[in-house]
Design a binder for this molecule. Structure first.
Ligand SMILES: Cc1ncc(COP(=O)(O)O)c(C=O)c1O
Length: 452
């Protein structure tokens, strides 16, 4: 892909975009794999018909699909790839380790080294336990909190779109097939920036709430010391305070969002960016609670995170190198700088098309999301799909605008040009009051629907 914003070059690229091979394979993969993939956000129901069905490789922030089309990518492996795809120092660290073996019957000192590296960046990490994904870690955190407090209920922030594929979270969504009502009844919800809603739960369920769980921030920033108030409410009521830093960890700050907002959770979950796309997640927190999963106490034992692949060595080697880069290089500063350039460019391009009420960009520059509303100001999947389709047409794959260390100014400027062009098409649909005639194929759909 040519990096300068030469309209003719962009035009030539668009003509090349075709999805023949992808479209042919889409049906086949659904014959074998339920849902066609292993993460809901990658599913066909989340993307326009005119989109790459299968990705074959990536380098930096660029990816190539089955049909040979090249895109600038945002989202970056569901936010796991903070440095860039196939980032050489991380790949080399993982590969060197692979040559020495993946897994043994006794631990490796890599486990200690990786845990200590994490401790050096995250002050609240008195102890560390690894697994492969965020869902597992959060579920383990709940188990620890229940063992620690002798209580059963958990209070989670109801505005976070996702915490875990496990029953305690998915049971609250309309997609609750296969989940016993009892499991659902153990989870309560409160509102972000609404400390009264949490206090009300503690009043209604005295001495019953084991844990308060939330993301430090998502689209909105915490107001009026909200996180400190949550911490205080949890502590006053004898509950464990856990922060889900799956997204914010190593993105908001190298020490996690807890370092930005000055709070010290009892437990935290890190995942995604921990190993630049290698599968590794970490439960961290206070020794007194974490040690319940250990061998050095005489309380009832907690079977905490024992998985065959939990400490798979290439992922640990990748994580150590990734965290070293976070520590020694201006990664986080870069995410904020290019994210800010993109935010400004997006807003200007959208304004030019008169679409500022319909296309908005929100969140921290290191973690930007966009919202699409229709001609009546209502959130719209059809309009979202149209916007995605038009960005794809101009070589940008952006379910959100999550930047990486590999996005440079040329990538951002190309993206802004794509937004400019997509916004013009969007404006036509807004004028018409419909995406009909411009959107090819069906609109994307909400994941959490009861029926297909
Ligand atoms: C905020 C948050 N918490 C937890 C998870 C679960 O992480 P994983 O997909 O690694 O299980 C996700 C995944 O998207 C997430 O966004």
């Amino acid at each position: 892909m040519k990096k300068s914003i030469d309209p003719q070059a962009v035009g030539a690229m668009v003509e090349r975009v075709n999805f023949e091979k992808s479209l042919a394979m889409r049906g086949k993969v659904h014959d074998v794999i339920p849902g066609g993939t292993h993460t809901y956000a990658k599913g066909d129901d989340q993307w326009p018909e005119r989109s790459p069905g299968f990705i074959t490789r990536g380098k930096g922030c660029h990816i190539w699909d089955l049909d040979g089309n090249e895109f600038i990518e945002y989202g970056m492996g569901l936010r796991a790839v903070t440095l860039g795809h196939a980032y050489a120092p991380v790949m080399e660290a993982a590969y060197r380790q692979m040559l020495h073996g993946n897994n043994f019957n006794r631990p490796s000192l890599l486990e200690l080294e990786c845990a200590q590296m994490l401790q050096s960046l995250v002050p609240s990490a008195e102890m560390v336990k690894f697994a492969k994904d965020g869902s597992t870690i959060l579920t383990a955190g709940i188990k620890l909190a229940r063992a620690h407090t002798g209580r059963e209920l958990v209070a989670i922030c109801g505005e976070s779109p996702f915490f875990s594929y496990n029953d305690w979270f998915i049971g609250l969504t309309p997609m609750d097939g296969g989940i016993p009502p009892l499991n659902k009844s153990m989870t309560l919800t409160f509102g972000y920036n609404d400390i009264e809603s949490l206090n009300a739960l503690f009043e209604r369920y005295p001495d019953q709430i084991a844990m308060v769980l939330l993301e430090p921030a998502r689209v909105n920033e915490p107001k009026d010391g909200f996180l400190q108030k949550v911490q205080e409410a949890a502590s006053n009521n004898g509950a464990v305070f856990m922060l889900d830093e799956t997204i914010s960890g190593f993105r908001f700050h190298r020490g996690g969002a807890q370092s930005v907002y000055g709070v010290t959770p009892d437990l935290s979950c890190f995942g995604k960016a921990l190993a630049n796309g290698f599968s590794l997640s970490a439960l961290t927190g206070r020794r007194e609670i974490m040690e319940l999963g250990g061998l050095r106490h005489n309380k009832p034992r907690v079977f905490l995170l024992s998985t065959t692949h939990g400490a798979e060595y290439p992922s640990l080697a990748a994580a150590i190198e990734t965290m070293r880069i976070y520590r020694d290089e201006p990664v986080i500063e870069h995410l904020y700088r290019v994210g800010e350039r993109l935010r400004k460019g997006f807003e200007e391009a959208v304004r030019e098309a008169g679409m500022e009420k319909h296309l908005t960009i929100v969140g921290r520059p290191c973690n930007l999301l966009f919202a699409t509303v229709d001609h009546e100001g209502k959130s719209s999947q059809a309009f979202r799909t149209l916007f995605l389709q038009e960005l794809i047409r101009w070589g940008v794959l952006a379910p959100s605008f999550i930047v990486s260390y590999s996005h440079d100014d040329d990538d951002i400027d190309h993206t802004v040009e794509a937004v400019r062009r997509a916004a013009r098409v969007y404006a036509k649909s807004i004028d018409a009051g419909t995406t009909d005639g411009l959107l090819i194929g069906p609109p994307s759909q909400s994941v959490y629907r009861r029926y297909n």
